[in-house]
Write a protein that binds this ligand. Sequence first.
Ligand SMILES: *Cc1c(COP(=O)(O)O)cnc(C)c1O
Length: 365
Amino acid sequence: MISYGRQSIDEDDIAAVVETLRGDWLTQGPTIQRFEDAISDFTQAQHAVAFSSGTAALHAAAYAAGLGPGSLAYTSPLTFMATANAARYVGASPRLIDIDSRSLNLDLRLLPCDADAVLPVHYAGLPVGLEQAKWTTRPKVVIEDAAHALGALSYSGPVGNCANSDMTIFSFHPVKPVTTGEGGMVTTNNAELADRLRLFRNHGIVRRPEKDPWYYEISTLGMHYRMTDFQAALGLSQLKKLGSFIERRNEIAVQYQRGLSELEDVALPPEAPPGVVHGYHLYPIRVKARRELFQFLLDKGISPQVHYVPIHHHTISKDIPLPPAGLPNTEKAYQELISLPIYPGLSRESQSTVISAIKKFFSGA
Ligand SMILES: *Cc1c(COP(=O)(O)O)cnc(C)c1O
């Protein structure tokens, strides 16, 4: 099976993990800090706090931002449920605004004035233009969901530098730009938010050695959302290769453009404008005969995916009132989207197999 995404692990990654396993710290050791520092350097954000998953990072960011009952947190309908759940986890209410039909990122011009928070998702790795956003009113809290976009570059620098947001979250699930198995990170330039994130990650524990050498105090409800040291070692090793991973993903995108642009039944994903680097976590094309193409590719040993079943199509989302005009761009996109295989280790032969299969499908052969 040629899958839509997969991890790229080499001998250096394996050696890095093994070295940590032989050391003194399996968890809560010094490698976490090193990984956080490396992400902080890479994104140019002042603080980075590691978590056990991207979902945990989203929960922590919603907590640190002070969202709670009564807060309205807007996001894109075309995302993974964890983005909307970030609001639900802290008792806040998720809300949806439609996407831009070209970029497939949420259309920030539609953000209503009652928004307490917005969680823009850099869908497929294409940065949301936060620096150009024509906010009606900018909400108090902006949390970027950059699960797809580590290594992407916006007009205002690396995604995650929080130039136009309070916090950015990343995921290190195997299909994401770099992996730690499971893992996540929040970046921020706000020291107070970084403190709250750290507190939340570790049961709300505050050490108080000045009182008694063993003493610690807990005054807030925290979680156990820590990453292990051997995961951080894998993350550090993976991060060294992120530049080449993004380059390879962009090469694959160019090959798809060359191979598929002649097909009039296929709409290719938007390219990054000049000065912006696309992360190409996904390569979502749009076709009218989506179901038929999906099955055709499966039968040929190719495993595409659909990103995503929109948030409001799930029964859990019956608590979300939709905007009066509905979400027409999302509905239309969802009818047509299909994500083709794209990952650094995708061989040229495998990609040719995918392109030939799609051509064959549309030529009716
Ligand atoms: C993967 C993903 C998440 C969740 O990350 P996990 O590490 O799997 O918990 C959140 N948002 C988006 C957009 C994602 O793709």
